[in-house]
Design a protein. Structure first.
Length: 185
């Protein structure tokens, strides 16, 4: 039985397809995980961003970090306000600016979802050895390095600094997006 040898292009296409399939499966699984909590994926991303930020932010900040357009984000926030997970106010210095903030109930909910997700992830990776995890981590960091380098046109030390900064993204995505905006203007 002979094994067909794939070209480099075919192998890279196989990896790309596997990566896209993993992202799709992960998104679908996570969306299903959110259903018992009455949340959609975009609502959770907005809530997670707000809870990580720990202070009020503008709707513009939130649309920038979630990649939603303003009318869609308004609908998301309307539903989250009705669920008592977000508070909406106006800026005292500019009444045209809408500020949003996660409520304590939102913080509790996001923490509960994150804890359940981590428990699920621990089970998912239980068959991998520490060496497997190290190899996977190394490969994913290499892929991240390639994409960030190309996206931001960075090399060496600047690229390493950007990747370190990006690793902090989940601790406060709104703050990261504001930094990104300030460096691009």
């Amino acid at each position: 039985m002979s094994v067909a040898i794939q070209t480099r292009e075919q192998r890279i296409n196989t990896l790309k397809n596997a990566f896209h399939a993993l992202m799709w499966i992960a998104m679908r699984h996570f969306s299903q995980r959110l259903q018992p909590f009455g949340l959609t994926h975009p609502q959770f991303i907005a809530l997670a961003s707000l809870t990580a930020h720990k202070q009020s932010c503008t709707m513009r900040d939130l649309t920038n970090v979630t990649f939603q357009d303003p009318p869609t984000m308004t609908g998301i926030i309307d539903r989250l306000v009705k669920m008592k997970l977000v508070e909406r106010t106006r800026s005292e210095t500019d009444r045209r600016v809408v500020l949003v903030r996660a409520t304590p109930a939102a913080v509790d909910l996001v923490n509960r979802i994150n804890d359940e997700t981590m428990n699920d992830e621990l089970g998912l990776y239980s068959d991998l050895t520490d060496d497997d995890l190290t190899a996977l981590e190394r490969l994913l960091k290499s892929k991240l390095r390639l994409h960030v380098g190309r996206f931001r046109s960075l090399r060496n030390g600047d690229l390493d600094s950007e990747i370190e900064r990006l690793q902090d993204f989940m601790s406060d995505p709104i703050y990261y997006a504001k930094l990104e905006d300030s460096t691009n203007t």
